[in-house]
Design a protein around this ligand. Sequence first.
Ligand code: FAD
Ligand code: FES
Length: 542
Amino acid sequence: MADDDTTPDLTRGVRLGDLPLDGVLAGALGTGEDAEQVLLTRYTDDDGEQRVSAVSATCTHVGAPLAKGLRTGNLVRCPFHHACFDLRSGEALLAPAYEPLTRYAVEVSGEGDDAVVRVTGPADEPAPGPEAAGGAASGALDKVVVVGGGAAGFAAVERLRREGYGGELVLVSSEPHPPIDRTQLSKFYLSGDKPEDALPLLDRDWYAEHDVELRLDSEATVLDAAQRRLSVRGSDGAVTVLGYDALVLAPGSEPVRPELPGLQRDDVHLLRTLADADALVAAVGDSPEGRRAVVLGAGFIGLEAAAVLREKGVDVTVVATSEVPLRRQVGEEVGRAVRTAHESEGVAFVTGRAARWSDGVLELEDGGRAPADGRADLLVVGTGVTPRLDLARSADLALAPEDEGGGVVVDARGRTSADGVWAAGDVAAWPDATTGHRRRVEHWAQAQRQGAAAALDLLGRPQAELAEPAFFWTKQFSRQYRLAGEVPDLSPEGGGTTEVDGSLSDGDAVVRYRDADGRVTAVAGVGRDLEVLRLEEELLRP
Ligand SMILES: Cc1cc2nc3c(=O)[nH]c(=O)nc-3n(C[C@H](O)[C@H](O)[C@H](O)COP(=O)(O)OP(=O)(O)OC[C@H]3O[C@@H](n4cnc5c(N)ncnc54)[C@H](O)[C@@H]3O)c2cc1C
Ligand code: FES
């Protein structure tokens, strides 16, 4: 807090010598509860000169205190979801953040370490930015079309404009609203803590002000990559054909609905879109206490939904084929700890294969049932997702084999097998930075980084996004689990192993995942954010 003894008031000044060379000094502009929190950084600039910068201390993604993050060189990594900011300019370099930190002007008076550093107010000059890359500057790039109004499509559009691309820009999305933060649907939106108007990544005005044509409620149906044409069916059924110079394909994935009797009924809920979340919120109703839900599938989304429903007072039973949830994704120890944490909050688990949903009961193949007695009011299906590949198939793009997770094959810059087409997000199978394996993940930050990387590459700019370990987080009750890198095959045949340091049951541990050769390829953590950041950096070291 600003009036705390240990938080200096930066308007009054601090000694230059008190600024660590490898860390940041957290202070405030003034005193009192509402004083703006600011980070002061001493750094060596590209010209070899020592300088001091001041930027706001709160991550622009969802507000983590950056003072608890990790400084590397002139960058700071956010402790929550590993966004990265330039401490000199405040620019958001790595998703999931995209809005910059506020920069403040700094005055240094005196000599040597005893010089006094004072923050005088908001910086007047703009941070150095990229040069405009309009149609003329980038040669043939007059029109870019982005398919998909999710994480990846949004990031591509935002980054193109941020980089100064001034040509035509069209975002085609089958959703009826501009891009939203989908990750909140199974967390704070479902719980009621985040209202609908807090979901948009940027408000509608931003698209208008940045001359982005939003084609919402519109389905791209055919991609003709040879002719560089995309057919789009609007909400009125009319089909238009859009030409393009470059196209970013980011249609994401869709939930799998098992083909079982009863799963088409109205009391069965998937969770991908805002409309899905609204239907679930309505089904739970204003008096959730005492209502009963069955969750089919113990993947991340099923478990997040189970946790929130339970927190709302719903009686929840999770049905899964494996006794240990998430075993394949995060291993036995973390999976068991997640299950125990749910059970301690009153979530029941049933192991079995679903056969049908009938009259509020999920009947299992072995004759079992969920809930154990009585009837549930609703069923949430969280049995995984499948990438939307129709457009890629219509353009004959190279696809990865099913045993590699399928998806559109892209190279380390996000380019597909067709000239002028990039792919990003849940559909893209790319060479993982940690292991070099081509793979497809369903991670929010990765989708945004891939969208931004595609934007940079199509502008001919260098990109670093895809050289980062893939990052994922999940919130289950009060615990946030973070995972970076590629978890190896942990089956006996795969030979991967886990090493737990700390107590998973107490929510205070890191886990290192080693492949069959003993190399750490992934790290997970709960309650140890800084350590996960440090270990994530090590993943890329040879
Ligand atoms: C409820 C929920 C919670 C999640 N929580 C987390 C989390 O905590 N952490 C994490 O790392 N990940 C999380 N994820 C996963 C993450 O949201 C996805 O990996 C990410 O959204 C993928 O981004 P994307 O852009 O590839 O796809 P999406 O975000 O799914 O966007 C795809 C877009 O393309 C549109 N589209 C599809 N086909 C067409 C077409 N033919 N024409 C026009 N538009 C089309 C869709 O309507 C949509 O707008 C969560 C996912 C869900 C559903
Ligand atoms: S709060 Fe910083 S990346 Fe999410």
